[in-house]
Ligand binder design. Structure first.
Ligand SMILES: Cc1cc2nc3c(=O)[nH]c(=O)nc-3n(C[C@H](O)[C@H](O)[C@H](O)COP(=O)(O)O)c2cc1C
Length: 351
């Protein structure tokens, strides 16, 4: 029998706990508040049961899919996660190596601890840039254009983080000012003290729906809105120019007791009715969870912490093995359920 992804993720999380200092481990693992959203997001995928089809075997399922012009070998995207240097000395560069080896798509965060150019150099396929609009808007404009110039093909505008949610552990990432500023640095006033610049690079909580079109136009790239949990918001984002939405509660790290994404997804799928691609993340811990998400109407899923555990435990190889594990399990479930291609998913496959 092949190694199960669940076993691999347990092994990698334990290794991460052993390899990392406790502040770094907690920064990655933590959810907000009492961590109810963190726990429930995982459990919500697992509550679904499958209704397999018969007489459809004989060919290997086709896991590939197209999202906003990017051809993906599998419907799996590496979620943007901040400060990856806490998990591995080479941070996002090492993640990029693993993602490239597995043939995935990486979303690079505004809070990356290696430069966009260094990360892009390791990415051989399409990649996306995650945007936190910061108080000093000029910085967001310059970084979005710089990402586009470095090869990003879409922007992911995260909107569930006007400020960081309260956490009982791991509230602050153990990174140095230099690591914190590695991408902002060249855009800041030379010689300014860290304390002076940190205000300008904080999230701007006053962003509105108009920010979507503003960002699209300055970078010339499609904008997906990440952090959507309600159908009315999803529709408003699309009417305001969003090219896609990411159903997300930020991995349970922002508003504790925010609903699980598996619960939010169906109403958003129904309201959007195929107008734009829908991605989803939060607690997707197996290829079968990915299967459920696609059956509920997602076009692709994003994975956060499992990739970081792979990174912390075994660097690029760990990232690659995690992504390969999802791919193998998803293909296995599709084969047994008579789903021959990603375009062949339908709502009746799950109950
Ligand atoms: C350590 C960590 C840092 C994160 N940093 C960001 C970030 O910079 N930008 C962002 O949009 N989301 C961020 N997220 C949220 C992820 O993009 C994603 O929504 C979440 O991790 C998905 O849940 P999962 O970890 O259960 O897969 C972060 C998540 C973690 C665990």
């Amino acid at each position: 029998m092949e190694e199960s992804l669940s076993d691999l993720l347990v092994e990698y999380e334990l290794a991460a706990r052993a390899n990392l200092n406790p502040a770094a481990f907690d920064f990655i693992a933590a959810g907000a508040g009492d961590e109810l959203s963190l726990e429930e997001s995982r459990a919500a995928w697992r509550r679904y049961r499958l209704r397999p089809r018969i007489f459809r075997g004989g060919t290997a399922p086709d896991l590939s899919t197209d999202v906003l012009g990017a051809h993906l070998a599998m419907p799996l995207i590496v979620a943007p996660t901040a400060y990856q240097v806490v998990a591995h000395a080479d941070g996002e560069v090492e993640t990029a190596r693993g993602v490239s080896a597995a043939g995935g798509l990486m979303v690079v965060t505004t809070r990356a601890t290696r430069t966009l150019e260094e990360i892009a150099a390791e990415l051989h396929g399409p990649w996306w840039y995650q945007v936190y609009v910061v108080k000093e808007r000029r910085l967001t404009e310059e970084l979005a254009r710089r990402a586009a110039g470095s090869g990003a093909t879409a922007l992911v505008l995260t909107v569930d983080t006007p400020y960081p949610g309260f956490k009982r552990r791991g509230h602050v990432a153990p990174v140095s000012p230099e690591q914190h500023l590695v991408n902002f640095g060249t855009h800041l006033t030379p010689g300014a003290a860290f304390e002076e610049v940190t205000v300008g690079i904080d999230q701007d909580a006053s962003i509105r729906l108009e920010t979507i079109a503003w960002l699209r136009d300055i970078a010339g790239l499609p904008v997906l809105v990440k952090g959507v949990l309600r159908a009315d918001d999803a529709v408003a984002c699309i009417d305001a120019g969003a090219a896609g939405v990411v159903v997300s509660n930020h991995g349970g790290r922002q508003l504790d007791r925010a609903i699980a994404t598996a619960v939010a997804l169906p109403e958003i799928v129904e309201a959007i009715a195929g107008r734009v691609p829908i991605l989803v993340d939060g607690g997707i811990m197996s290829g079968t969870d990915v299967f459920v998400a696609l059956a509920l109407g997602a076009d692709a899923t994003m994975i956060g912490r499992p990739v970081l555990w792979g990174l912390a435990a075994a660097g690029a190889q760990g990232v690659q093995r995690v992504l390969d594990g999802y791919r193998t399990e998803l293909g296995h479930a599709m084969g047994l359920a008579g789903v021959v291609a990603t375009g062949d998913f339908s709502r009746d496959l799950v109950v």
